[in-house]
Design a binder for this molecule. Structure first.
Ligand code: NAD
Length: 324
């Protein structure tokens, strides 16, 4: 008797799983998917999961030709040569990515899902980090909308931007990388807003994995800006749990099923994906300290020309100057 409810709930969860799988297949099956940075790490795991769920064709866009060719070989062996395309292109180069998407329109009848995944961690070459993790991801997002948007004559689709979930207590040694990955959250919220979605029909999601076992993580201690930071970072890493790319790719399939446009999803410690809701700026807790006294010189009136709107009295020093 005691284990009866358990068995019942196990049966229910198996049914639920089967139902979820069916819905995911409905979203992925027969679809063409583009994955940047898909030759290795998380990207390669995404490739395999999309194919497992019946994707029609996958295009990997990556700068690493050797890894790209290996990926094509492995996928061909399991799923057949018609399932995979590799294009060598650098996401930080707008025209290379635009050319890659143009090339894909000849081998794919439509582009349905784009995973904006290519990224690096290298605090010593932070300009390159910004060029790939911010500019490159902006280029891919922009081009993905051009090649999927209903307003451009296409069918709409899904764009997934890869951010990262951080605990600043343990990753303070990665200031530039952290900034670049946080940018993906705001980009996704903005491009995923109804203003864009209603026009493009492209659902934009942000996926923020926690620490995951890939080359990026393994090499990260050697990509920091000082030896002291490396020592501190390695100490922190030893105390963190690390998940596999498989778990993240599996979670992505669930997110595709239930993520609304503009939503932000976290997968960390190998757990089920969960959505995070960033508070509206008006609801953020305000702290004025003692040296900052806001006064409303004019009540805010709707429709008043911008130049007439002055919230704070000019005679009072602003927050920044008052700190000096
Ligand atoms: N590993 C983690 O812990 C972790 C956690 C959260 C988010 N991420 C993010 O996930 C994404 C993938 O990271 P990963 O851990 O799989 O790294 P990885 O280094 O294992 O793989 C990255 C892939 O991207 C490719 N790439 C790099 N720069 C490129 C460029 N300019 N153009 C095209 N391809 C390029 C690489 O050749 C490689 O194949 C990155 O955006 C990363 O920031 C990683």
């Amino acid at each position: 008797m005691a284990d009866f409810p358990d068995r019942k709930s196990r049966r229910a969860s198996a049914e639920e799983k089967a139902k979820e799988l069916e819905i995911i297949k409905g979203i992925v099956c027969g679809k063409n998917v583009v994955i940047t940075g898909g030759a290795s790490g998380l990207g390669y795991s995404f490739v395999n999961h999309f194919l497992e769920h019946g994707a029609k064709k996958i295009a990997i866009i990556d700068v690493d030709t050797t890894a790209g060719e290996q990926a094509v070989k492995a996928v061909t062996k399991t799923y057949g040569a018609e399932k995979i395309i590799f294009i060598n292109a650098d996401t930080s180069n707008y025209s290379q990515i635009h050319d890659a998407f143009t090339q894909l329109t000849t081998s794919m009848d439509s582009i349905d899902i784009v995973v904006n995944n290519a990224g690096i961690l290298d605090e010593r070459r932070w300009e390159r980090e910004i060029a790939i993790n911010i500019s490159g991801m902006l280029f891919v997002a922009n081009i993905a909308l051009q090649f999927m948007g209903k307003d451009q004559g296409y069918n709409g689709g899904i764009l997934v931007n890869i951010g990262q979930h951080f605990d600043f207590k343990t990753t303070a040694q990665l200031p530039v990388y952290t900034a670049t990955k946080s940018a993906m959250i705001e980009l996704s919220k903005s491009l995923g807003a109804p203003y864009h979605y209603e026009r493009t029909g492209v659902r934009v999601l942000a996926l923020c994995p926690g620490l995951t076992e890939t080359a990026l993580t393994i090499n990260s201690p050697n990509r920091l800006s000082s030896r002291i930071m490396k020592a501190d970072f390695v100490k922190n890493l030893e105390n963190l749990s690390i998940q596999t790319p498989y778990i993240v790719a599996k979670g992505l399939m669930t997110i595709l099923k239930c993520g609304e446009s503009g939503s932000i999803w976290v997968i960390d410690n190998g757990n089920t994906p969960y959505e995070v809701v960033i508070p509206h700026y008006r609801s953020l807790k305000r702290s004025y300290k003692n040296n900052f006294i806001p006064t409303l010189s004019h009540p805010a009136i709707k429709g008043r020309p911008m130049k007439e709107l002055r919230i704070y009295d000019n005679n009072i020093r602003s927050g920044l100057t008052s700190c000096a």
